[in-house]
Ligand binder design. Sequence first.
Ligand code: UT7
Length: 338
Amino acid sequence: MKKSIIKGTGRYVPERVVTNDDLTKFMDTSDEWIQQRTGIKQRHWIDEGAIVGASDLGLKAANIALERAGWKAEDLDLIIFGTLSPDIFFPGSGCLLASKLGLSSTPTLDIRQQCTGFLYGLTTADAYLKSGHANKILVVGGEIHSTGLDKSTRGRDVTVIFGDGAAAVCVEGVETDKEVGILASDLHTDGNFAESLALILPASREPERGLFPEMFDDARYYPIMDGTRIFKLALKLLPQTAVTALKQAGLTFDDIDLVIPHQANLRINQSFQKIMELPEDKVFHNIQKFGNTTAASIPLALDDAIEQNIVDPTKDTVMLIGLGAGVTWGTVIYRFGE
Ligand code: UT7
């Protein structure tokens, strides 16, 4: 039977590091508040004034993943691009990435599932690979938040969290009887909470979709978040999806070498670890360095954990899990090896 096997991972973040102290220059916040409430010490943002899109960061991450997989762009049967900050309103960033990879007919698919974009992307890839519709797929998560944040004190609860970045994985359908690859996937959406974390304007549902000067003062032109509500939903729904996915795979937490959660808030992930009664070192954190990079966050953390030798890419079993805007939440359990 075909299994979906990760052949290469890659990540890219812009060079510019923005520390918490840097943020205090334009809003009323502090390094102490940000570290205590979120765990974040710094994030990477593109240079001010740079014309760089999510697909440009995605391209750099994709090139690394492709090289590690030993693939050329022409080998790809499908590109899946997860982002909430597409380069332009349409067409999707997957189209732009494909062109930047030198491709002119490879199918592409954008996934608009925010923090769980990578989980949805990987699960979609799994379905394509197992059904034989594709054999080699690139799944990318890429975000540029920094150009769309409210950098005044009004937006401080959201703005301090987000970082720019991208990460990519190459996934192949491989015929094997071994219990490897994507072992379980559990995905959910509850659109009743859609506006608990959202960017509302510009919007096609408005009588006039365009951008108007009066909009620039409207908080809905920037991401808005009911942080407490999202926090509570995460602590309720992440344990549920973790247990469901484990059951689906016929595993327990003893079989999981590392939990790689979406990096939204260090306190959420530490609380999850306590609720599930896991040892501290079983849950991976890198939000301190990168902030929340939404669709890029989980693959970026996976690539970072492999680089730090915390994940053995020849045999380890990892739980990828997250919750974010939508709200959407879910889990993918993946075992390395072939
Ligand atoms: O990836 C997408 C999913 N997103 C999440 O999972 C995020 C979930 N939520 C969170 O991470 C947290 O709710 C936040 C980090 C966003 C906020 O932390 P909090 O502990 O929930 O703080 P709060 O919003 O309840 O605000 C507490 C206080 C308020 O002041 P008062 O009303 O108590 O005087 C805020 O105005 O902290 C104030 N505050 C800040 N102070 C300094 C909010 N943001 C900041 C800031 N710096 N950046």
